[in-house]
Design a protein around this ligand. Structure first.
Ligand SMILES: Nc1ncnc2c1ncn2[C@@H]1O[C@H](COP(=O)(O)OP(=O)(O)O)[C@@H](O)[C@H]1O
Ligand SMILES: [Mg+2]
Length: 309
């Protein structure tokens, strides 16, 4: 009996997930092998850049142990409103056109650790996707913790039509080694790789604006060439960018012409134009660039399956 009920609940949850996801254009998972390389930075700044260019964007924070999206978008005091006896909730509006869903809104004490095993994390992510009513959106950007574990797997399995992954790395060799795993994870999951961002690519000296290759430079691009995936661009380290994030302010608004802001806007434009996409499958790895039909809504115009070839 209980099993029957669980099954029915799962079907209802799947249906709710479909209904919400069908209203969203592109769904992008931001991932990296290593922690602290700038996934959340890339997610929130891409979100702001896309909103600035007229898109509607949702950001789903699946970093359940370290949910920083709301803080970086300056909406951590936001309150989720609910409907339907708590079965539906509405993500917090960080600014017009930008909605955020994060566990941070549901935990009363931000210092409390979330001590969850894998199945609880999977259940939480499914619940976010089933119960959050985003309305119509152009983009859903999904921030994730480091690695290729439960959170990334849950997202890929729950949203099989995922547009693709954006992989973040620093130029440092250990970060790149881990980023290669994210590339291979995407391939194994049959998800398109929109490209790799090399973050912290040179430090812009706050005093003299000279660029110092603190973690090296160019390693991300080199990896893209070796693994045949698109390179989306490099974002330098800028101290005021970090300060803006700590203050929950948009660096793109504060310093629109800075090297990092210009890089982020160019990456957003590349993603928005739909030109950055690589092949999906292990079998495509050798170099053909055909896309699986699941991503055709957003893949490049030369996609063979789009043309019916
Ligand atoms: N390009 C950058 N310039 C300055 N600070 C950065 C940059 N990228 C990330 N940071 C800072 O580095 C820290 C880690 O970045 P974060 O985006 O939280 O990484 P991750 O999500 O991969 O763990 C944060 O304090 C963030 O503000
Ligand atoms: Mg993060």
């Amino acid at each position: 009996m209980a099993e029957g009920m669980d099954f029915a609940q799962r079907i209802a949850e799947d249906k709710a997930i479909r209904e919400h996801m069908d209203k969203i254009g592109r769904k992008i998972l931001i991932m990296s092998g290593k922690g602290g390389v700038g996934k959340t930075t890339v997610t929130v700044n891409l979100a702001n850049a896309l909103v600035d260019s007229g898109c509607t964007v949702g950001v789903l924070d699946t970093d359940l142990h370290g949910p920083n999206v709301a803080k970086m978008l300056g909406c951590e005091a936001g309150i989720l409103t609910t409907e339907d006896g708590g079965n539906t909730f509405f993500p917090v509006e960080a600014r017009p056109g930008l909605k955020v869903m994060s566990l941070a809104f549901a935990i009363p004490d931000p210092d409390s650790p979330i001590v969850w095993r894998g199945p609880m994390k999977t259940a939480a992510i499914r619940q976010f996707l089933a119960q959050a009513d985003w309305g119509e959106l152009d983009y859903l950007l999904i921030d994730s913790p480091p690695g290729t574990g439960d959170e990334q797997l849950s997202v890929c399995q729950t949203i099989p039509e995922l547009t693709g992954t954006v992989i973040v790395t620093t130029p440092q060799q250990v970060a790149i080694l881990d980023a290669r795993r994210s590339v291979n994870f995407s391939r194994k999951m049959g998800v398109a790789i929109l490209g790799v961002v090399e973050n912290m690519s040179g430090l812009i000296c706050p005093h003299c604006a000279t660029e110092i290759p603190i973690f090296g430079m160019g390693g991300g691009k080199q990896m893209c060439e070796q693994m045949n995936v698109p390179f989306l661009g490099r974002i330098p380290l800028e101290v005021p960018l970090m300060e803006a994030e700590d203050a929950g302010k948009s660096y793109l608004s504060l310093q629109p012409a800075s090297p990092s802001s210009s890089a982020i806007k160019a990456i957003a434009q590349l993603i928005n134009s739909g030109t950055a996409v690589s092949s999906h499958r292990d079998t495509d790895f050798a170099g053909t660039s055909s896309c699986a039909p699941s991503s055709c809504a957003t893949c490049s115009s030369n996609c063979s399956s789009k043309k019916g070839e």
